[in-house]
Write a protein that binds this ligand. Structure first.
Ligand SMILES: Nc1ncnc2c1ncn2[C@@H]1O[C@H](COP(=O)(O)OP(=O)(O)OP(=O)(O)O)[C@@H](O)[C@H]1O
Ligand SMILES: [Mg+2]
Length: 441
């Protein structure tokens, strides 16, 4: 019998993942494809670095020669106006392979001074839109309508999937700057574009949940209820194992089976954490290249060092920064609720503020760390009822809304038929515990 060795891949702890190094998400991909083929539009809702952007880029690349779908991903990172949104979208549309010349001519007619960037390359639109936000939206109405019609006339009748990454953040930026009408208009019109699409499919992704945006805009859920929510969550066990094996081969090392299990357990099968840990396993504790087999003890000590390392681990720090960004003025309440669900912390200092002050954490079942195990990753979920949480924090009239948002954002999970709340992912709970500790910030 020939044993097929998994193809090695390099650890990519930061930056963009090369689509050919993407692993897993098979079931979710099948589900999403079916939805798209059925004419549905999708919202990718996942918290902190679960792999939305990587999936979009991989899906785009893997559909290059697809018979049924064409995919274009457009990223809106860092933008904060409708005009910028339209400009970026037009740039993106012009890059699409096999875009009918008629549509490109139409775009050229709309914008002065547009020229192909090199004879054979994609058409590049360098422009700055004249006019105000309202006219930019109107322009976009026409572009979407024309694009959808043009696609219908193609010999290749594949639907075009537009994967829009970080759009919610653009709208949030407008709302936070006090441009509420612009934010609302944008939500409204995007809904209209989706409703009128025949050949276009829309995937909206972003690190911030759309519910934050809707709330701030004062808009009802109806604005996005045509979007089917999909969330990836951690990798499935076999896929996590595949990622580990491929990364370990990429390191030129081997791994003991018990160490693979420990690595998956510590990281909660969250691909970003697996990658980050793998990147550290290239070197030993003394920064020397190492080639011996990875042991369970090495996994445990390196993971603990990773989440405690304040100098190099940017990503864990982002978990806390993300909460501050997404919850804005509600952040103190969000932190207090999350703190109150942490529980007793074993070998480490007491959990921050609320949990200890409230006395909730003491004596929680399963909250202590087994002897000999480094603390954080062994924390056990300690569900609290909404009443306990309310008593543990300085509850305001925002309490219900913030608790709900924490569940929607997948920080917390409602258990016991919605009566109790706990951290959804123990690995994120461990990181939060390390990074949130106020005496260290
Ligand atoms: N399926 C995967 N296979 C291999 N690595 C992955 C996979 N998914 C995610 N990763 C790793 O996790 C990292 C973060 O993923 P990504 O940037 O796609 O997350 P995200 O959900 O878009 O994050 P954010 O919420 O910050 O936008 C990637 O750089 C990569 O290292
Ligand atoms: Mg992303």
């Amino acid at each position: 019998m020939t044993v097929i060795q998994p193809e090695p891949i390099p650890a990519t702890a930061g930056g963009e993942l090369n689509p050919s190094h993407f692993v897993g998400r098979r079931a979710a991909t099948i589900r999403i494809r079916q939805m798209l083929e059925n004419g549905q539009h999708i919202r990718l809702a996942d918290p902190w670095r679960m792999g939305k952007t990587s999936w979009l880029r991989w899906f785009e690349a893997s559909c290059t020669d697809d018979r049924w779908l064409q995919v274009k991903v457009i990223s809106y990172t860092g933008l904060n106006s409708i005009r910028q949104f339209v400009e970026r979208t037009v740039e993106g549309l012009a890059e699409i392979d096999a875009m009918p010349e008629a549509f490109l001519d139409y775009l050229r007619g709309l914008f002065d001074g547009l020229a192909p960037d090199g004879a054979d390359g994609p058409v590049r639109f360098r422009m700055s839109l004249p006019g105000d936000e309202g006219s930019a939206l109107k322009l976009m109405d026409g572009i979407v309508r024309t694009l959808d019609k043009t696609l219908g006339g193609r010999t290749d009748a594949r639907p075009l999937v537009l994967g829009l990454d970080e759009v919610p953040d653009v709208i949030l930026a407008m709302l936070r700057a006090g441009r509420t009408a612009d934010g609302r208009n944008m939500l409204d019109r995007m809904r209209l574009w989706r409703a009128n699409s025949r050949r276009l499919r829309w995937i909206i992704a972003g690190s911030i949940g759309l519910h934050h945006v809707l709330e701030l805009a004062g808009v009802s859920r109806a604005a996005v209820n045509d979007l089917q929510p999909v969330s990836f969550g951690p990798l499935e066990p076999a896929e996590a194992e595949e990622l580990v094996q491929r990364l370990v081969r990429g390191l030129g090392r081997r791994i003991e089976p018990a160490a693979t299990a420990s690595l998956i357990e510590r990281t909660g099968a969250i691909p970003h954490l697996i990658q980050s840990l793998a990147a550290r396993l290239r070197y030993d504790e003394h920064d020397m290249t190492t080639i011996g087999p990875i042991t369970p003890a090495e996994v445990v000590s390196r993971f603990t060092a990773y989440i405690q390392d304040r100098d190099q681990s940017v990503a864990p720090a982002q978990l806390v920064a993300r909460i501050r960004h997404d919850y804005g003025p509600d952040a103190p309440l969000a932190f207090a609720i999350l703190d109150a669900t942490l529980g007793v912390t074993g070998q480490h200092e007491p959990a921050p503020g609320a949990a200890t002050q409230s006395g909730l954490a003491e004596g929680s079942p399963g909250a202590t760390t087994p002897p000999g195990q480094p603390g954080p990753a062994r924390l056990m979920p300690t569900p609290k009822t909404a009443g306990q949480l309310r008593a543990a924090v300085m509850a305001t009239d925002r309490f219900d809304a913030v608790l709900n948002a924490l569940v929607e954002d997948h920080y917390l999970i409602a258990v016991e038929r919605g009566r109790e709340f706990a951290w959804r992912y123990p690995a994120l709970r461990a990181i939060y515990h390390e990074r949130r500790a106020p005496w260290r910030q």
